[in-house]
Design a protein. Structure first.
Lengths: 339, 339
DNA sequence: GATTGGCACTCAGGATCCCCGAGTGCCAAT
DNA sequence: ATTGGCACTCGGGGATCCTGAGTGCCAATC
């Protein structure tokens, strides 16, 4: 009972602070939320909450502000993901449906997510590892420059250029193309390295240098590059907040330019319906101590293929951002899977 | 003679303002640059320059600040593009050389350009129109989902997904693939639409709906999408300036998220060695009245394929940015062409 | 005619000061 | 446990002042 009210107070503080962005005091709290007790009582609770580290005051004679720990508690209490309205659902669906290729799907998703949440949106490209090789192509751009293209059954296309020391004959290229297609066509990406064992040796000794290079490229495409790409959008939303906020714009923008950092932010693709929330210091990325990340995995069919999420200040609206991220992930999965 | 000094004064004002970001007064001018005259004389010149619209004062009792027109004059006077040091050249070359595919080349170029200039960098993907079809691929991802992939001899790869109403037989797909490759393989992109005339009719009536869709996709890839992509980087540089500057970060970031705007900013690929500079209002993009763009075209072999450039505040260092843009364009061209 | 020293004038921005009011902690009463 | 009362704190906004950089103009000089 007493504990219950404490939680209610914390929730109220987070609510108010998220909307007003200003430290919230005891009096304002009882006015805006009908807590049924007097400000003095609230003050006692607040003192307790502060002792426990959930809230803090910027200075004496100011209201309280949630700490990272406070947000964490708040988020953990958030059980029910509030569903979107049917209008929103329809908007999402129709917006994503018009995409013409995978790049377009990703671009639209990023845009959608950033517009809906008004935060910075991140969408990771579908991982190759769980999907299989739909097609592999080896073409020469010039006599010494070869392009290797891998097409996944997700519609993802990856390529890699390689320059050879000596000019390569077109017939050799055709030969390699045909034989490599035979070996890895239709196979799963994870199996590619294994399948290529002994592949090089099956060629004439003169061509081995070239074939080795091609095989290496294919392997890199299949393994290394497999989930390196993250699309980002809505960075302008970082400036939206009413000015004097703790976010260091420069450092955040810098961090967001690094693919590695983005991947780190999205974290491991979380399983099932669960939505990952990392608050402030919880994501240990340099320069992003004042930002939170809300992310989740999305599936193609019934296997998770990658993550997506949003990045914003710790005082974001967790409830609706979580709902939006969840919904977009679902619809993206549906778009990728259907037909 | 008198005119000469006026120009010198304007140049000096721009120089000082670019470095200090503060209105520059007559006294400071004679001290920092050896103009050989007294502050009073400079004041007369400044008054004249103000009459002519080249400079302005933020308020009485403040120094002068260049107007867009002033920058324009300054840039037009800038005849010699100062060459990079050999160390810089080597750095650029080796940095770009390690790229593994076209995406990587673009990404590295953007990163390089933004780091060198410390501005926001834009790099447009090589236009397809002037290059030719190296390879065309039609593969089915599922029975009703087809992927069309076009590979250009620049190494650029574009794809497009299409969903068909009815399931398509694999043999039909193979047939279309073979025949379309025959028709447009090795041909120039600009000629593709013409080459495809009558293509659909050569197929069995049952398959025409599908073939039409494929042909349409190919045409879109060859024509519409041809130069739609621009890579951007270094947005964090926008925040670098010493705080209270006239740039509206939000609107600039918003504008930079629109591909269309980016293309507009880069403008027509300018011919030859010329470097395009658009100052402030000269680029008529909403929200970017306080930014300038320095851009130029880059070539593959001897034909221009696209543009690249930087975006920054009007008080940027035009001289060195122009030099950097020029140099990077040259090296990018070289990387794309050689071998 | 161009240049220059002199001089009065302007005014943004920093420093200082003051005060208000939101907010707190504590205590005694209920 | 809750509440009303009360003294205390202190950030931030407003008003005021002042300084110094910078200007325009003019008369003197080259």
């Amino acid at each position: 009972m007493l504990e219950d009210r404490r939680l209610a107070v914390l929730r109220a503080i987070v609510d108010d602070y998220v909307t007003t962005q200003e430290p919230v005091g005891s009096k304002a709290l009882v006015e805006r939320h009908n807590l049924g007790v007097s400000p003095a009582t609230i003050r006692n609770d607040m003192a307790a909450l502060e002792d426990e580290g959930y809230i803090t005051q910027p200075h004496t004679s100011a209201g309280r502000v949630p700490t990272d720990l406070g947000y964490r508690m708040f988020v953990d209490q958030l059980s029910t993901v509030k569903p979107l309205t049917s209008a929103e659902r329809r908007a999402i669906q129709s917006f994503l449906e018009d995409a013409v290729d995978l790049d377009d799907v990703m671009a639209r998703t990023v845009r959608l997510l950033s517009q809906v949440t008004r935060e910075v949106a991140l969408v990771q490209y579908p991982t190759l590892s769980r999907s299989s090789v739909r097609h592999v192509e080896v073409v020469s751009l010039s006599t010494t420059r070869i392009l290797v293209v891998l097409i996944a059954d997700t519609g993802r296309v990856d390529q890699r250029m390689l320059d050879t020391a000596a000019p390569i004959d077109e017939t050799v290229v055709a030969d390699v193309r045909a034989r490599i297609a035979l070996v890895i066509g239709g196979r799963r990406f994870v199996d590619v390295p294994e399948l290529l064992v002994g592949f090089v040796e099956s060629f004439d000794i003169h061509d081995r240098a070239f074939v080795t290079a091609v095989a290496a490229s294919v392997m890199e495409l299949a393994v290394e590059k497999s989930d390196q790409r993250v699309m980002i959008g809505g960075t302008a939303n970082l400036t939206r907040r009413g000015d004097g906020l703790p976010i260091n714009l420069q450092s955040v923008l810098e961090a967001l330019e690094e693919q590695v950092v983005l991947l780190k932010l999205l974290g491991e693709t979380s399983a099932g319906d669960s939505i990952l929330v990392r608050i402030g210091h919880e994501n240990s990325v340099q320069g992003m101590e004042a930002t939170s990340v809300v992310s989740t995995g999305y599936a193609r069919g019934d296997e998770l293929v990658a993550s997506l999420g949003v990045v914003g200040p710790t005082h974001m609206d967790y409830a609706s951002n979580m709902a939006s991220v969840h919904a977009v992930a679902q619809y993206l999965g549906r778009i990728l899977s259907d037909q």
